[in-house]
Design a protein around this ligand. Structure first.
Ligand SMILES: NC(=O)c1ccc[n+]([C@@H]2O[C@H](COP(=O)([O-])OP(=O)(O)OC[C@H]3O[C@@H](n4cnc5c(N)ncnc54)[C@H](O)[C@@H]3O)[C@@H](O)[C@H]2O)c1
Length: 388
């Protein structure tokens, strides 16, 4: 199943690491550590092989992909030997990167993005394309009457106003081109009634939001533990220190607020109450792509005895995110092929702020993912819920 992986933000750290990693897997130069779709529980015939993945994307910057890869290698994010071994493959992907569309109205820009996607699919004779948003996090979208349904949206996009945030305009263009859409960021993406209706009309699945790769991943394991042992979490405070493009972008208060909200949701929804404390994200340029998160949890047990735990996470953000981007592209392509339509809630395992998912517990999310993927491999779609 020849599958296009179209990355929005294609020259960023996560996208570049995903592309280099995907090409290295295809060439047999690296193993799949970190790719959950290669675990025995998920591996199987419904998923496109790494060799079947073809990469393209949009970005607002023009830094050559090989330069971004070399910079990531110099920073210790990617092995330099892999970047050095893949010059032709990276040059071929460079040919498929396009500037973010420009134009007087959002309708014009959407048509240009749709054209880029259709051209990519046709040139490579792809069975389908999955668009994955890994561009800079945006502030929350401003409400607009055009968000209500596709007809109102199409009319609004032809005007001079910015009706959709960039992530949603890319989602709209993806759906118009017949492509599934995955949002790895906390941005609005496909989470608007008009885009949901459009996805259903076009028979397309979509997934999101915000890849769960570090501190929130640990929270989604620990919070159910406190809940299941009937321990009362009194406070949970987290401090995240990170550099890189993501860290620099999160200096913006709107983007920072969107990310913090996405990171905190797991606690309220798992514990059933919101303990005191906040999650903070601070930009420390020196740290680059290596993030440190420090969390302090205070809790009480039998007879109100007070206790505390703390943990420190030192993660390489792009190395944690990239295999999940490849997993999501493979799973979403398989779901599309199986006729799944609308939000892929079974992919909640991958996200901090999962679409419509009833549980934030990693163990429960894993169970749903395994069942869903077994259904895809058995050839009868992942679930009755979505079968279109
Ligand atoms: N790394 C992780 O563990 C992780 C986890 C969850 C979510 N994310 C999210 O993934 C995203 C990417 O992270 P990163 O570290 O690669 O950031 P980055 O800053 O390195 O890359 C973002 C890229 O998006 C591009 N971009 C910005 N606006 C764009 C637009 N309108 N159209 C097309 N391209 C655009 C930028 O030029 C840049 O190349 C961020 O939103 C981040 O919050 C990352």
């Amino acid at each position: 199943m020849r599958t296009g992986v179209w990355l929005v933000g294609a020259r960023g750290s996560v996208a570049t690491t995903s592309i280099v990693g995907g090409l290295a897997l295809r060439a047999g130069l690296a193993g799949p550590t970190g790719c959950v779709t290669e675990l025995p529980e998920l591996r199987g015939p419904a998923l496109p092989a790494f060799a079947d993945l073809v990469y393209g994307g949009h970005d607002v910057v023009t830094t050559p992909l090989c330069k971004r890869a070399e910079a990531l290698a110099a920073a210790g994010v990617l092995p330099g030997r892999l970047v050095a071994a893949l010059p032709d493959e990276l040059a071929a992907v460079e040919e498929e990167l396009r500037p973010a569309p420009t134009g007087a109205t959002q309708a014009v820009r959407a048509v240009a993005a749709t054209r880029d996607l259709i051209g990519f699919r046709d040139r490579h004779q792809l069975d389908r394309v999955v668009v994955v948003n890994v561009s800079a996090t945006e502030p929350p979208a401003h409400p607009h009457p055009g968000h209500a349904d596709p007809t109102a949206l199409r009319a609004a996009l032809t005007g001079p106003q910015e009706v959709l945030p960039a992530s949603s305009l890319y989602a709209y263009a993806a759906l118009e081109a017949g492509c599934a859409y995955v949002d790895f960021t906390p941005s609005t993406g496909a989470r608007l009634p008009a885009l949901h209706t459009l996805a259903v009309e076009r028979g397309l699945p979509y997934a999101g939001h915000d890849g769960k790769t570090g501190e929130t991943l640990v929270k989604s394991v620990l919070a159910p533990m406190f809940a299941m042992r009937h321990l009362r979490v009194r406070s949970w405070s987290g401090l995240n220190l990170l550099g890189g493009g993501d860290g620099a972008n999160l200096v913006d208060p709107g983007a920072n607020a969107a990310k913090v909200e996405s990171k905190q949701r797991v606690l309220g929804e798992t514990l059933g109450y919101v303990p005191q404390g906040e999650t903070r994200i601070d930009f420390v340029e020196e740290l680059g792509d290596f993030k440190t998160a420090w969390d302090l949890i205070t809790f009480s047990g039998f007879l109100d005895t007070r206790m505390r735990m703390e943990f420190t996470w030192h993660g390489c953000d792009s190395a944690l995110a990239a295999p999940l981007v490849l997993d999501l592209a493979r799973l979403t392509a398989a779901a599309h092929a199986a006729g799944e339509v609308g939000p892929l809630t079974e992919l909640g395992f991958f996200f901090k702020d999962p679409l419509g998912s009833p549980s934030h517990s990693l163990a429960e999310q894993w169970g749903r993912l395994v069942n869903f993927t077994r259904g895809l491999h058995a050839g009868h779609g992942g679930s009755d819920e979505h079968a279109g």
